[in-house]
Design a protein around this ligand. Structure first.
Ligand code: 5RP
Length: 221
């Protein structure tokens, strides 16, 4: 099975975590695309879903999943999204697709975060994947110097603007031993809008597609 097969496996399993007659949140990325397709085809009735990107919204419309905004709802029962890396505590690096801010907002509005991924994303330590940091454009150099002083190698994601009109700096070679602390330290830098460490918003469940089949993992297990 290739990586896409494993993503699809996880995505299809995750439909079981979606309760009927509730509002849910839907992330962004190729694994989520498989989830949207699987949810649409499952016939499961949900009240609606908050999307985190135009790409996810377009696919939701294609599969007849009603879209609502965060302003329309008071509670999201579950949030389903992929990750660039996830550790055994289900803390993650996200934002490879640049939607980290919307993803963190919707995740924090949800009662349960179900992360879907193929086994290549499951790591002992976060940080091999470059950490995306969303920055206000005119603060980019200032923020980059501070990220350099923290030990990383920041690189502007050239030709990319976020949904909110900001830029992304990807921080390379930045091993993250204390995800929550590092998440907070980066967010304290003036000019940083958000960073891709999901330490506070760790997942509750990881649905992992592996060559041996799909595994459902909870924090610390
Ligand atoms: C987008 C994300 C995605 O969840 C992450 O990049 C994983 O993507 P994919 O499912 O395509 O591997 O955080 O901002």
């Amino acid at each position: 099975m290739n990586q896409n097969d494993l993503k699809r496996l996880a995505a299809e399993k995750a439909v079981e975590f979606v309760p009927e007659n509730e509002y849910i949140g839907i992330g962004t990325g190729s694994t989520v695309n498989f989830f949207i397709e699987a949810l649409g085809k499952s016939g499961k009735q949900i009240k609606g879903a908050v999307s985190t990107s135009k790409e996810s919204s377009a696919l939701m419309a294609q599969y007849g999943i009603p879209e609502v905004t965060l302003g329309d709802v008071t509670k999201l029962a579950v949030y389903v999204d992929g990750a660039d890396e996830v550790n055994h505590m289900l803390q993650m690096i996200k934002g490879g697709g640049g939607a980290l801010l919307n993803e963190k907002i919707v995740a924090s509005a949800s009662e349960k975060f179900v992360c879907i991924a193929d086994e290549s994303k499951y790591v002992a330590r976060l940080g091999k994947f470059p950490l995306p940091v969303e920055v206000i454009p005119h603060a980019r150099s200032l923020v980059s110097r501070k990220l350099l002083a923290m030990g990383g190698q920041p690189e502007l994601r050239v030709g990319f603007a976020t949904f909110n009109g900001n830029q992304i700096v990807d921080v390379h070679n930045f091993p993250i031993d204390r995800p929550v602390t590092t998440e907070d330290e980066i967010n304290k830098i003036s000019g940083v809008v958000e960073n891709g460490i999901f330490g506070h918003a760790a997942a509750h469940v990881l649905v992992l597609g592996t060559a041996e089949g799909v595994k459902v993992i909870t924090p610390g297990h």
